[in-house]
Design a protein around this ligand. Structure first.
Ligand code: NDP
Length: 450
């Protein structure tokens, strides 16, 4: 008989926590999980899933206008924000119920409430204490806000999903995933969107060519981008927001949204009490098995200092469960993680950017095609797509693939397997393309660019 109530207590029922709980239970562990908000976590409740639904909705606007070149006349199309939000909420409710039943069916006990670590083997939820052989912290992150006057008048992506009405004029601060994706969504739905970014090109960290194509697409879709500035101050002016920018100008918007990164939700979690070390911005330091500096406490997902993406958290949660309860030592390789930005046009990437490859390897060959997607020939849309391969010349290995344009995320997933498998440019060349597609460019690029 164990001296603990459970073998595993998971704090946070998001992607990583739920996966770890279910798999551990499947391995025979007695598992409980607590959640203070809704089961499903950021991705399902206020992240990837509702975001993608909003992206789909916003794309109809450009589809309607593109359709005219194909002989259609679309008139009288009307958009209702409340209807979209209701439909989105219904879908999230459905997924939330599925997550609950996944946990129930796996034999995991769900405790609703905020968990706090009391010591190496104890978690407290709403003043009730639970003991466990191992504790897994999977509490994710929260949107950051800057230290500027009037910041409480602004929203983050958390609130953007539930606004009463579509803002006529919105200012979005940031140049990363969330800022660029929401700029596309809201512009597509009819808002006048301004994006203010402290740098000089959106999507820092991505390949420069990809960034250029996304930026041009955003401009082409009417998104105004203000570079090298931040928001200095926000004031209320009736229902509107008066915003002072660092460049000295003042403008009015209906909403101001910050999308300037996320920090782990570790404040007041009791980690110090158990000797769990955290790094910059409260990120829990873990080893390759997701174990923290306290041997019985582990952490997976955005709360750690690794790659903050849902599929990574899922993999980390699964590897943790297999290692700790399944007698299978598994680690997660955080190299060459594919990722996508659901901007408009969308972008997707795996492996090294051209810049990173040149820094790491002596000889690099670049293969690149920038072209007008076939769909836009008749529609007349002036938007380019990009297909780019980064090849390490001595081994001929394809070490990076960078795409921007229609279906880029769908196309990239398969090519991510090729990059992970270490395939060479010659392997790509031997593959016959599928015609007519955009993706065939990736196997027909023959001439390296200078
Ligand atoms: P990101 O880290 O992607 O981008 C943050 C942006 O805000 C950067 O442009 C950054 O500038 C800027 N910034 C940071 N601090 C400040 C500041 N104090 N003042 C002004 N600007 C600032 O964060 P997001 O919030 O966009 O997304 C959070 C995370 O969520 C992402 O890292 C990603 O892991 C995940 N996510 C993934 C998605 C996907 O897979 N499609 C979609 C949405 C989110 P700089 O570039 O100069 O650092």
């Amino acid at each position: 008989m164990s001296r603990f109530d459970y073998d595993l207590f998971v704090i946070g029922a998001g992607s990583g926590g739920v996966r770890a709980a279910r798999i551990s239970s499947g391995h025979g562990a007695r598992v409980a999980i607590c959640e203070e908000s809704r089961v499903g976590g950021t991705c399902v409740i206020r992240g990837c899933v509702p975001k993608k639904l909003l992206v789909y909705s916003s794309q109809f606007a450009s589809d309607f206008s593109d359709s005219e070149g194909y002989g259609w006349s679309v008139s009288g199309a009307e958009f209702s924000w409340p209807k979209l939000i209701r439909a989105k909420d219904d879908e999230i409710d459905r997924l939330n119920r599925i997550y609950h039943s996944l946990l129930d069916n796996a034999g995991v006990t769900t405790v609703m409430g905020r968990g706090r670590v009391v010591d190496a083997h104890t978690v407290e939820v709403d003043s009730r204490r639970y003991t466990a052989g191992k504790i897994l912290v999977a509490v994710g992150g929260r949107p950051n806000l800057p230290d500027a006057p009037g910041v409480d008048l602004a929203i983050t992506s958390d609130e953007a999903f539930d606004l009463d009405k579509l803002p006529e004029r919105i200012l979005i601060a940031g140049g990363g995933y969330v800022a660029v994706e929401f700029a596309g969504i809201l512009a597509g739905l009819g808002s006048e969107v301004t994006l203010v970014y402290r740098g000089d090109k959106v999507l820092r960290g991505f390949d420069d060519d990809l960034r250029g194509v996304v930026e041009a697409g955003m401009n082409g879709r009417g998104i105004r981008i203000v570079y090298n500035q931040v928001i200095d101050e926000i004031r209320a002016d009736g229902d509107r927001r008066e915003v002072k920018m660092s460049g000295g100008s003042t403008e009015h918007f209906d909403q101001v949204m910050f999308a300037i990164g996320r920090d782990p939700y570790t404040a007041d979690l009791g980690l110090d009490a158990a000797g769990v070390e955290t790094g910059p911005r409260g990120r829990i330091k873990v080893d390759e098995y997701s174990r923290s500096s306290c041997p019985s406490i582990y952490a997976v997902g955005d709360v750690t200092d690794r790659v903050a993406l849902t599929p990574v958290a899922l993999m980390e949660g699964h590897a943790f469960a297999d290692t700790c309860f399944g007698n299978m030592e598994r680690t997660v390789d955080h190299d060459s993680v594919p990722c996508a930005v659901f901007s408009q046009p969308p972008a997707a990437s795996v492996g090294l950017t051209e810049h990173a490859a040149r820094a790491r390897h002596d000889r690099v060959r670049i293969f690149r095609s920038t072209f007008t997607p076939m769909k836009y020939t008749l529609s007349g849309r002036k938007e380019k797509a990009l297909m780019k391969l980064v090849v390490e010349a001595d081994s001929d290995r394809v070490v990076g693939v960078h795409l921007a344009g229609p279906d880029a995320p769908e196309i990239l997933q398969g090519f991510a397997v090729a990059v992970r498998a270490g395939l060479t440019k010659a392997d790509f060349d031997r593959t016959i393309g599928i015609h007519p597609t955009s993706a065939e460019e990736l196997v027909t690029l023959r001439q390296p660019v200078d």
